[in-house]
Design a protein around this ligand. Structure first.
Ligand SMILES: Nc1ncnc2c1ncn2[C@@H]1O[C@H](COP(=O)(O)OP(=O)(O)O)[C@@H](O)[C@H]1O
Ligand SMILES: O=C(CO)[C@@H](O)[C@H](O)COP(=O)(O)O
Length: 465
Protein backbone atom coordinates (compact mmCIF):
# COMPACT_ATOMS: atom_id res chain seq x y z
CA UNK A 1 0.00 0.00 0.00
CA UNK A 2 1.61 3.29 -1.13
CA UNK A 3 1.02 6.25 1.14
CA UNK A 4 0.88 9.91 0.15
CA UNK A 5 0.81 13.03 2.31
CA UNK A 6 -0.85 16.41 1.94
CA UNK A 7 0.07 19.52 3.88
CA UNK A 8 -2.05 22.63 4.51
CA UNK A 9 0.24 25.37 5.79
CA UNK A 10 -2.42 28.02 6.29
CA UNK A 11 -2.66 31.20 8.28
CA UNK A 12 -3.37 29.82 11.74
CA UNK A 13 -1.95 26.31 11.61
CA UNK A 14 -0.27 23.51 9.71
CA UNK A 15 -2.16 20.29 9.05
CA UNK A 16 -0.82 17.03 7.64
CA UNK A 17 -2.89 14.13 6.33
CA UNK A 18 -1.47 10.78 5.23
CA UNK A 19 -3.71 8.79 2.90
CA UNK A 20 -3.68 5.56 0.94
CA UNK A 21 -2.71 6.58 -2.60
CA UNK A 22 -5.21 4.18 -4.23
CA UNK A 23 -8.34 4.46 -2.10
CA UNK A 24 -7.75 7.84 -0.45
CA UNK A 25 -8.46 6.30 2.95
CA UNK A 26 -7.18 8.46 5.83
CA UNK A 27 -4.34 6.63 7.58
CA UNK A 28 -2.83 9.22 9.94
CA UNK A 29 -2.92 12.98 10.56
CA UNK A 30 -1.29 15.71 12.64
CA UNK A 31 -1.32 19.45 13.15
CA UNK A 32 0.52 22.31 14.85
CA UNK A 33 -0.25 25.98 15.46
CA UNK A 34 1.31 28.97 13.70
CA UNK A 35 2.08 32.21 15.55
CA UNK A 36 -0.53 34.99 15.29
CA UNK A 37 0.06 38.20 13.34
CA UNK A 38 0.39 39.32 9.75
CA UNK A 39 4.21 39.18 9.67
CA UNK A 40 5.70 35.76 10.39
CA UNK A 41 9.21 34.34 10.01
CA UNK A 42 9.05 31.30 7.67
CA UNK A 43 11.09 29.32 10.23
CA UNK A 44 7.90 29.22 12.34
CA UNK A 45 6.09 27.43 9.48
CA UNK A 46 8.96 24.96 9.15
CA UNK A 47 8.89 24.25 12.89
CA UNK A 48 5.11 23.74 12.77
CA UNK A 49 5.38 21.51 9.69
CA UNK A 50 7.97 19.28 11.36
CA UNK A 51 5.79 19.08 14.50
CA UNK A 52 2.70 18.24 12.42
CA UNK A 53 4.66 15.56 10.48
CA UNK A 54 5.88 14.07 13.76
CA UNK A 55 2.36 13.98 15.24
CA UNK A 56 1.22 12.31 12.00
CA UNK A 57 3.76 9.53 12.61
CA UNK A 58 6.48 10.77 10.22
CA UNK A 59 7.03 10.48 6.49
CA UNK A 60 9.32 7.38 6.46
CA UNK A 61 6.66 5.25 4.72
CA UNK A 62 5.31 8.09 2.56
CA UNK A 63 6.09 7.98 -1.20
CA UNK A 64 4.90 11.46 -2.24
CA UNK A 65 4.07 14.76 -0.52
CA UNK A 66 2.44 17.97 -1.75
CA UNK A 67 2.15 21.23 0.14
CA UNK A 68 -0.74 23.66 -0.20
CA UNK A 69 -0.26 26.99 1.54
CA UNK A 70 -1.74 30.36 2.40
CA UNK A 71 -1.42 32.44 -0.76
CA UNK A 72 0.53 35.63 -1.55
CA UNK A 73 2.94 35.74 1.45
CA UNK A 74 6.23 37.45 0.49
CA UNK A 75 9.22 35.22 1.26
CA UNK A 76 12.52 36.91 0.34
CA UNK A 77 15.77 34.91 0.24
CA UNK A 78 19.32 36.21 -0.05
CA UNK A 79 21.96 34.78 -2.38
CA UNK A 80 22.82 32.17 0.22
CA UNK A 81 19.23 30.98 0.67
CA UNK A 82 18.73 32.75 4.04
CA UNK A 83 15.38 34.43 4.75
CA UNK A 84 15.92 38.21 4.43
CA UNK A 85 13.09 39.31 6.77
CA UNK A 86 9.87 37.87 8.22
CA UNK A 87 7.26 37.21 5.52
CA UNK A 88 4.44 39.70 5.02
CA UNK A 89 1.25 37.64 4.85
CA UNK A 90 -1.80 37.93 2.58
CA UNK A 91 -3.70 39.74 5.38
CA UNK A 92 -1.04 42.40 6.02
CA UNK A 93 -2.39 45.69 4.66
CA UNK A 94 0.70 47.92 4.94
CA UNK A 95 1.20 47.76 1.15
CA UNK A 96 -2.24 49.26 0.39
CA UNK A 97 -0.73 52.52 -0.91
CA UNK A 98 1.75 50.57 -3.05
CA UNK A 99 -1.21 48.66 -4.53
CA UNK A 100 -3.05 51.90 -5.28
CA UNK A 101 0.07 53.33 -6.95
CA UNK A 102 0.46 50.24 -9.17
CA UNK A 103 -3.18 50.54 -10.26
CA UNK A 104 -2.71 54.27 -11.00
CA UNK A 105 0.46 53.63 -13.01
CA UNK A 106 -0.80 50.88 -15.32
CA UNK A 107 -4.57 51.10 -15.02
CA UNK A 108 -6.97 48.50 -13.62
CA UNK A 109 -7.77 47.21 -17.12
CA UNK A 110 -4.10 46.37 -17.82
CA UNK A 111 -3.79 44.41 -14.57
CA UNK A 112 -7.07 42.55 -15.08
CA UNK A 113 -6.18 41.62 -18.66
CA UNK A 114 -2.51 40.77 -18.03
CA UNK A 115 -2.51 39.03 -14.63
CA UNK A 116 -6.24 38.38 -14.13
CA UNK A 117 -6.27 40.46 -10.94
CA UNK A 118 -6.28 44.16 -10.03
CA UNK A 119 -3.70 44.55 -7.22
CA UNK A 120 -4.78 45.00 -3.60
CA UNK A 121 -2.51 44.89 -0.55
CA UNK A 122 -2.74 41.08 -0.37
CA UNK A 123 -0.86 40.48 -3.62
CA UNK A 124 2.85 39.72 -3.40
CA UNK A 125 3.84 42.35 -5.99
CA UNK A 126 2.52 45.15 -3.76
CA UNK A 127 4.54 43.81 -0.83
CA UNK A 128 7.70 43.88 -2.97
CA UNK A 129 6.96 47.51 -3.80
CA UNK A 130 6.52 48.26 -0.07
CA UNK A 131 9.84 46.52 0.65
CA UNK A 132 11.73 48.53 -1.99
CA UNK A 133 10.28 51.80 -0.69
CA UNK A 134 10.63 51.14 3.03
CA UNK A 135 13.51 48.70 3.43
CA UNK A 136 15.74 49.31 0.41
CA UNK A 137 18.64 47.34 1.93
CA UNK A 138 16.43 44.27 2.33
CA UNK A 139 15.15 44.72 -1.22
CA UNK A 140 18.71 44.93 -2.56
CA UNK A 141 19.69 41.77 -0.62
CA UNK A 142 16.75 39.83 -2.04
CA UNK A 143 18.12 37.34 -4.56
CA UNK A 144 15.00 35.15 -4.79
CA UNK A 145 11.30 35.59 -4.03
CA UNK A 146 8.88 32.78 -3.37
CA UNK A 147 5.59 31.98 -1.62
CA UNK A 148 4.93 30.05 1.60
CA UNK A 149 4.13 26.75 -0.15
CA UNK A 150 7.14 27.12 -2.49
CA UNK A 151 9.50 27.69 0.43
CA UNK A 152 8.19 24.73 2.46
CA UNK A 153 8.35 22.41 -0.58
CA UNK A 154 11.93 23.59 -1.16
CA UNK A 155 12.81 22.86 2.47
CA UNK A 156 11.20 19.41 2.21
CA UNK A 157 13.28 18.77 -0.93
CA UNK A 158 16.41 19.27 1.18
CA UNK A 159 17.27 22.92 0.45
CA UNK A 160 17.50 25.83 2.85
CA UNK A 161 19.85 28.39 4.35
CA UNK A 162 23.33 27.80 2.92
CA UNK A 163 22.00 26.34 -0.34
CA UNK A 164 23.60 29.15 -2.35
CA UNK A 165 22.69 30.18 -5.88
CA UNK A 166 22.46 26.55 -7.09
CA UNK A 167 19.89 25.86 -4.37
CA UNK A 168 17.81 28.90 -5.34
CA UNK A 169 17.45 27.45 -8.84
CA UNK A 170 15.60 24.47 -7.32
CA UNK A 171 12.71 26.64 -6.10
CA UNK A 172 9.41 25.53 -7.62
CA UNK A 173 5.78 26.63 -7.53
CA UNK A 174 2.56 25.91 -9.42
CA UNK A 175 0.13 27.93 -11.56
CA UNK A 176 -2.41 28.46 -8.79
CA UNK A 177 -0.02 30.15 -6.38
CA UNK A 178 1.96 31.95 -9.12
CA UNK A 179 -1.33 33.48 -10.28
CA UNK A 180 -1.72 35.27 -6.93
CA UNK A 181 1.60 37.10 -7.08
CA UNK A 182 0.67 39.97 -9.42
CA UNK A 183 3.90 39.37 -11.38
CA UNK A 184 2.81 36.26 -13.29
CA UNK A 185 0.49 35.91 -16.24
CA UNK A 186 -1.07 32.60 -17.31
CA UNK A 187 -0.29 33.43 -20.93
CA UNK A 188 3.04 35.31 -20.61
CA UNK A 189 4.72 33.77 -17.55
CA UNK A 190 6.71 36.00 -15.17
CA UNK A 191 6.37 39.73 -15.88
CA UNK A 192 9.79 41.29 -15.56
CA UNK A 193 8.35 44.79 -15.97
CA UNK A 194 6.27 44.33 -12.79
CA UNK A 195 9.28 43.04 -10.86
CA UNK A 196 11.37 46.03 -12.01
CA UNK A 197 8.55 48.37 -10.99
CA UNK A 198 8.16 46.80 -7.54
CA UNK A 199 11.28 45.10 -6.15
CA UNK A 200 13.51 47.15 -8.48
CA UNK A 201 15.23 44.12 -10.02
CA UNK A 202 14.33 40.67 -11.31
CA UNK A 203 15.13 38.04 -8.66
CA UNK A 204 15.37 34.27 -9.05
CA UNK A 205 11.78 33.01 -9.20
CA UNK A 206 10.41 29.50 -8.69
CA UNK A 207 9.94 27.35 -11.76
CA UNK A 208 6.20 27.01 -12.43
CA UNK A 209 5.57 23.26 -12.52
CA UNK A 210 2.65 21.58 -14.27
CA UNK A 211 -0.11 20.07 -12.09
CA UNK A 212 1.50 16.62 -11.80
CA UNK A 213 5.18 17.59 -12.11
CA UNK A 214 7.43 17.21 -9.10
CA UNK A 215 10.86 17.47 -7.49
CA UNK A 216 12.38 14.76 -5.29
CA UNK A 217 13.90 14.91 -1.81
CA UNK A 218 17.30 13.32 -1.09
CA UNK A 219 15.56 10.04 -0.15
CA UNK A 220 13.80 9.89 -3.54
CA UNK A 221 10.39 10.92 -2.15
CA UNK A 222 8.26 12.89 -4.61
CA UNK A 223 7.64 16.52 -3.65
CA UNK A 224 4.66 17.60 -5.77
CA UNK A 225 4.12 21.01 -7.31
CA UNK A 226 1.79 21.97 -4.44
CA UNK A 227 -0.73 24.81 -4.72
CA UNK A 228 -2.34 27.79 -3.08
CA UNK A 229 -4.67 26.70 -0.27
CA UNK A 230 -7.87 27.60 -2.09
CA UNK A 231 -6.88 25.62 -5.17
CA UNK A 232 -5.98 22.80 -2.76
CA UNK A 233 -9.49 22.92 -1.28
CA UNK A 234 -10.89 22.79 -4.83
CA UNK A 235 -8.94 19.56 -5.42
CA UNK A 236 -9.89 18.20 -2.00
CA UNK A 237 -13.65 18.51 -2.54
CA UNK A 238 -13.36 17.51 -6.20
CA UNK A 239 -14.88 20.83 -7.36
CA UNK A 240 -15.97 20.84 -11.00
CA UNK A 241 -17.42 23.55 -13.25
CA UNK A 242 -20.74 24.70 -11.75
CA UNK A 243 -19.53 24.23 -8.17
CA UNK A 244 -18.92 27.30 -6.03
CA UNK A 245 -16.74 26.64 -2.99
CA UNK A 246 -17.15 28.88 0.06
CA UNK A 247 -14.26 28.53 2.50
CA UNK A 248 -14.60 30.14 5.91
CA UNK A 249 -11.28 30.22 7.75
CA UNK A 250 -9.09 33.20 8.63
CA UNK A 251 -10.01 34.42 5.18
CA UNK A 252 -13.45 34.07 3.70
CA UNK A 253 -13.26 32.92 0.10
CA UNK A 254 -15.82 32.23 -2.60
CA UNK A 255 -14.44 30.61 -5.73
CA UNK A 256 -15.32 28.46 -8.70
CA UNK A 257 -13.53 26.24 -11.18
CA UNK A 258 -13.70 27.74 -14.67
CA UNK A 259 -12.41 26.53 -18.01
CA UNK A 260 -11.59 30.07 -19.11
CA UNK A 261 -9.82 33.01 -17.42
CA UNK A 262 -11.72 35.98 -15.95
CA UNK A 263 -10.54 39.59 -15.94
CA UNK A 264 -12.58 41.81 -13.64
CA UNK A 265 -11.32 45.40 -13.87
CA UNK A 266 -13.58 46.37 -10.92
CA UNK A 267 -11.12 44.40 -8.78
CA UNK A 268 -13.73 42.36 -6.91
CA UNK A 269 -12.92 39.02 -8.57
CA UNK A 270 -9.33 37.78 -8.60
CA UNK A 271 -8.62 35.82 -11.78
CA UNK A 272 -6.48 33.05 -10.28
CA UNK A 273 -5.52 29.70 -11.81
CA UNK A 274 -6.46 26.37 -10.23
CA UNK A 275 -4.26 23.34 -9.57
CA UNK A 276 -5.38 21.30 -12.59
CA UNK A 277 -4.75 23.60 -15.56
CA UNK A 278 -8.09 25.44 -15.28
CA UNK A 279 -8.90 28.80 -13.68
CA UNK A 280 -10.18 29.72 -10.21
CA UNK A 281 -12.01 33.08 -10.17
CA UNK A 282 -12.06 33.98 -6.48
CA UNK A 283 -13.33 36.62 -4.07
CA UNK A 284 -11.48 36.87 -0.77
CA UNK A 285 -12.40 38.77 2.39
CA UNK A 286 -10.09 39.55 5.30
CA UNK A 287 -12.77 39.05 7.95
CA UNK A 288 -14.18 35.62 8.61
CA UNK A 289 -13.61 33.27 11.58
CA UNK A 290 -11.47 35.75 13.53
CA UNK A 291 -14.54 38.01 13.77
CA UNK A 292 -16.54 35.09 15.17
CA UNK A 293 -13.69 34.04 17.49
CA UNK A 294 -13.36 37.61 18.83
CA UNK A 295 -17.10 37.99 19.34
CA UNK A 296 -17.29 34.62 21.11
CA UNK A 297 -14.44 35.76 23.39
CA UNK A 298 -16.28 39.00 24.14
CA UNK A 299 -19.37 36.99 25.06
CA UNK A 300 -17.16 34.59 27.04
CA UNK A 301 -18.51 31.48 25.27
CA UNK A 302 -16.98 28.61 23.30
CA UNK A 303 -17.78 27.75 19.66
CA UNK A 304 -20.77 25.54 20.40
CA UNK A 305 -22.41 27.96 22.86
CA UNK A 306 -21.76 30.79 20.38
CA UNK A 307 -23.59 28.84 17.65
CA UNK A 308 -26.44 28.02 20.03
CA UNK A 309 -26.75 31.71 20.99
CA UNK A 310 -26.71 32.86 17.34
CA UNK A 311 -29.41 30.37 16.37
CA UNK A 312 -31.56 31.39 19.35
CA UNK A 313 -31.90 34.93 17.92
CA UNK A 314 -34.28 35.67 15.03
CA UNK A 315 -33.02 36.22 11.46
CA UNK A 316 -31.92 39.86 11.28
CA UNK A 317 -30.90 39.83 14.98
CA UNK A 318 -33.79 42.13 15.96
CA UNK A 319 -32.26 44.91 13.87
CA UNK A 320 -28.57 44.53 14.84
CA UNK A 321 -26.21 44.64 11.88
CA UNK A 322 -22.51 43.95 12.21
CA UNK A 323 -20.24 45.18 9.41
CA UNK A 324 -17.27 42.85 9.89
CA UNK A 325 -14.34 44.96 8.62
CA UNK A 326 -12.30 44.43 11.82
CA UNK A 327 -9.02 43.95 9.90
CA UNK A 328 -9.72 46.53 7.21
CA UNK A 329 -11.15 44.84 4.11
CA UNK A 330 -9.88 43.50 0.83
CA UNK A 331 -13.17 42.91 -1.00
CA UNK A 332 -14.41 45.61 -1.19
CA UNK A 333 -10.95 47.21 -1.15
CA UNK A 334 -11.11 49.22 2.10
CA UNK A 335 -7.77 48.57 3.81
CA UNK A 336 -8.32 51.25 6.48
CA UNK A 337 -11.92 50.33 7.32
CA UNK A 338 -12.97 49.16 10.79
CA UNK A 339 -15.87 47.02 11.93
CA UNK A 340 -19.10 48.43 13.34
CA UNK A 341 -22.32 47.39 15.05
CA UNK A 342 -25.50 49.19 13.97
CA UNK A 343 -29.10 49.44 15.08
CA UNK A 344 -28.58 49.16 18.84
CA UNK A 345 -31.60 49.71 21.09
CA UNK A 346 -32.13 49.10 24.79
CA UNK A 347 -34.11 45.97 23.88
CA UNK A 348 -32.03 44.28 21.16
CA UNK A 349 -28.55 44.50 22.73
CA UNK A 350 -28.40 40.87 23.85
CA UNK A 351 -25.65 38.25 23.58
CA UNK A 352 -27.85 36.20 21.23
CA UNK A 353 -28.43 39.12 18.84
CA UNK A 354 -24.75 40.12 18.92
CA UNK A 355 -23.74 36.51 18.08
CA UNK A 356 -26.31 36.31 15.27
CA UNK A 357 -25.29 39.71 13.86
CA UNK A 358 -21.62 38.62 13.80
CA UNK A 359 -22.42 35.46 11.84
CA UNK A 360 -24.81 37.29 9.52
CA UNK A 361 -22.25 40.07 8.88
CA UNK A 362 -19.53 37.60 7.88
CA UNK A 363 -21.96 35.60 5.73
CA UNK A 364 -23.40 38.71 4.02
CA UNK A 365 -19.89 39.81 3.02
CA UNK A 366 -19.46 36.36 1.43
CA UNK A 367 -22.85 36.67 -0.30
CA UNK A 368 -21.53 39.85 -1.89
CA UNK A 369 -18.59 37.72 -3.06
CA UNK A 370 -20.95 35.22 -4.68
CA UNK A 371 -22.77 38.11 -6.37
CA UNK A 372 -19.47 39.43 -7.77
CA UNK A 373 -18.60 35.96 -9.11
CA UNK A 374 -21.97 35.54 -10.82
CA UNK A 375 -21.68 39.09 -12.21
CA UNK A 376 -18.36 37.94 -13.71
CA UNK A 377 -20.19 35.14 -15.53
CA UNK A 378 -19.70 32.23 -13.11
CA UNK A 379 -22.70 29.89 -13.03
CA UNK A 380 -23.37 28.55 -9.50
CA UNK A 381 -25.16 25.20 -9.62
CA UNK A 382 -24.00 23.95 -6.22
CA UNK A 383 -22.47 25.67 -3.16
CA UNK A 384 -19.93 23.66 -1.12
CA UNK A 385 -19.01 25.01 2.33
CA UNK A 386 -15.61 24.16 3.89
CA UNK A 387 -13.01 25.61 6.31
CA UNK A 388 -12.88 25.74 10.12
CA UNK A 389 -15.99 27.95 10.25
CA UNK A 390 -18.06 25.23 8.52
CA UNK A 391 -17.89 23.32 11.83
CA UNK A 392 -20.34 25.91 13.22
CA UNK A 393 -24.00 24.88 12.90
CA UNK A 394 -24.98 28.56 13.00
CA UNK A 395 -22.71 29.42 10.11
CA UNK A 396 -23.95 26.48 8.03
CA UNK A 397 -27.60 27.45 8.54
CA UNK A 398 -27.05 31.16 8.00
CA UNK A 399 -25.00 30.66 4.81
CA UNK A 400 -27.92 28.76 3.31
CA UNK A 401 -30.48 31.32 4.58
CA UNK A 402 -28.59 34.41 3.39
CA UNK A 403 -27.47 32.89 0.07
CA UNK A 404 -31.02 31.61 -0.45
CA UNK A 405 -29.55 28.32 -1.71
CA UNK A 406 -29.10 24.77 -0.46
CA UNK A 407 -25.51 24.30 0.72
CA UNK A 408 -23.49 21.07 0.63
CA UNK A 409 -21.26 20.66 3.68
CA UNK A 410 -18.77 17.79 3.44
CA UNK A 411 -18.18 16.14 6.82
CA UNK A 412 -15.66 18.11 8.89
CA UNK A 413 -12.18 17.53 7.53
CA UNK A 414 -9.00 19.07 6.19
CA UNK A 415 -9.94 19.59 2.56
CA UNK A 416 -6.90 21.71 1.64
CA UNK A 417 -4.52 19.04 2.95
CA UNK A 418 -6.67 16.37 1.28
CA UNK A 419 -6.38 18.19 -2.05
CA UNK A 420 -2.61 18.33 -1.64
CA UNK A 421 -2.56 14.59 -0.86
CA UNK A 422 -4.65 13.94 -3.97
CA UNK A 423 -2.14 15.90 -6.03
CA UNK A 424 0.71 13.89 -4.46
CA UNK A 425 -1.08 10.66 -5.46
CA UNK A 426 -1.48 12.07 -8.97
CA UNK A 427 2.23 12.85 -9.15
CA UNK A 428 3.02 9.33 -7.96
CA UNK A 429 0.73 7.52 -10.41
CA UNK A 430 0.62 9.99 -13.31
CA UNK A 431 -3.10 10.86 -13.00
CA UNK A 432 -5.28 12.44 -10.31
CA UNK A 433 -7.13 9.68 -8.42
CA UNK A 434 -10.93 9.72 -8.08
CA UNK A 435 -11.12 9.40 -4.33
CA UNK A 436 -14.55 8.80 -2.87
CA UNK A 437 -15.67 11.89 -0.92
CA UNK A 438 -16.94 11.47 2.62
CA UNK A 439 -20.54 12.10 3.70
CA UNK A 440 -22.14 15.39 2.72
CA UNK A 441 -24.79 17.21 4.76
CA UNK A 442 -27.26 19.24 2.68
CA UNK A 443 -28.35 22.37 4.58
CA UNK A 444 -31.46 24.02 3.17
CA UNK A 445 -32.63 26.87 5.44
CA UNK A 446 -35.59 29.17 4.76
CA UNK A 447 -34.23 32.10 2.69
CA UNK A 448 -33.83 35.48 4.49
CA UNK A 449 -33.17 37.93 1.62
CA UNK A 450 -34.07 40.92 3.84
CA UNK A 451 -30.98 40.26 5.97
CA UNK A 452 -28.69 40.81 2.97
CA UNK A 453 -30.64 43.84 1.77
CA UNK A 454 -30.31 45.59 5.16
CA UNK A 455 -26.65 44.60 5.50
CA UNK A 456 -25.88 46.08 2.09
CA UNK A 457 -27.56 49.39 2.96
CA UNK A 458 -25.60 49.72 6.19
CA UNK A 459 -22.26 48.46 4.80
CA UNK A 460 -22.47 50.89 1.89
CA UNK A 461 -23.34 53.80 4.16
CA UNK A 462 -20.49 53.11 6.60
CA UNK A 463 -17.81 52.39 4.02
CA UNK A 464 -18.68 55.32 1.77
CA UNK A 465 -19.03 52.90 -1.19
N1 LIG B 1 -16.99 25.03 15.63
C1 LIG B 1 -16.46 26.15 15.17
N2 LIG B 1 -17.22 27.27 15.05
C2 LIG B 1 -16.71 28.43 14.58
N3 LIG B 1 -15.41 28.59 14.21
C3 LIG B 1 -14.61 27.52 14.32
C4 LIG B 1 -15.08 26.27 14.79
N4 LIG B 1 -14.01 25.40 14.78
C5 LIG B 1 -12.95 26.10 14.31
N5 LIG B 1 -13.29 27.37 14.05
C6 LIG B 1 -12.43 28.47 13.60
O1 LIG B 1 -11.88 28.15 12.34
C7 LIG B 1 -10.62 28.83 12.18
C8 LIG B 1 -9.61 27.87 11.63
O2 LIG B 1 -10.09 27.43 10.39
P1 LIG B 1 -9.09 27.07 9.21
O3 LIG B 1 -9.92 26.83 7.99
O4 LIG B 1 -8.20 25.97 9.67
O5 LIG B 1 -8.27 28.44 9.12
P2 LIG B 1 -6.95 28.80 8.30
O6 LIG B 1 -6.94 27.86 7.12
O7 LIG B 1 -7.15 30.21 7.91
O8 LIG B 1 -5.78 28.64 9.22
C9 LIG B 1 -10.25 29.38 13.57
O9 LIG B 1 -10.44 30.78 13.59
C10 LIG B 1 -11.21 28.64 14.49
O10 LIG B 1 -11.51 29.38 15.66
O1 LIG C 1 -5.40 35.48 0.32
C1 LIG C 1 -6.09 34.49 0.21
C2 LIG C 1 -6.67 34.11 -1.11
O2 LIG C 1 -6.43 35.05 -2.11
C3 LIG C 1 -6.38 33.65 1.41
O3 LIG C 1 -7.41 32.73 1.16
C4 LIG C 1 -5.11 32.98 1.87
O4 LIG C 1 -4.80 31.97 0.93
C5 LIG C 1 -5.21 32.47 3.29
O5 LIG C 1 -6.13 31.46 3.45
P1 LIG C 1 -6.57 30.81 4.84
O6 LIG C 1 -5.37 30.59 5.66
O7 LIG C 1 -7.56 31.72 5.46
O8 LIG C 1 -7.21 29.50 4.42
Amino acid sequence: MALVAGVDSSTQSCKVVIRDAESGELVRSGSAQHPPGTEVHPDAWWTALREAIATAGGFDDVAAVSVAGQQHGMVCLDANGEVVRPALLWNDTRSAEAAAALVREKGAQWWAETTGTVPVASLTATKLRWLAENEPENAARTAAVCLPHDWLSWRLAGHGPGSGSEGLKELATDRSDASGTGYWSASKGYLTEVLEATLGHVPVLPEVLGPLEFRKDPEGRIIGAGSGDNAGAGLGVGAAEGDVVVSVGTSGTVFAVSGSPTSDASGLVAGFADATGNYLPLVCTLNATLVLDTTARLLDVDHSEFARLALSAPAGADGLILVPYFSGERTPNLPDATGSLHGLTLDNYTPANVARAAVEGVVCSLADGLQALTDAGVVARRVILVGGGARSEALREIVSAVFGLPVSVPSPGEYVADGAARQAAGALHGALPDWRTSGVELVDSAPTPEVLTRYREVARRTSGN
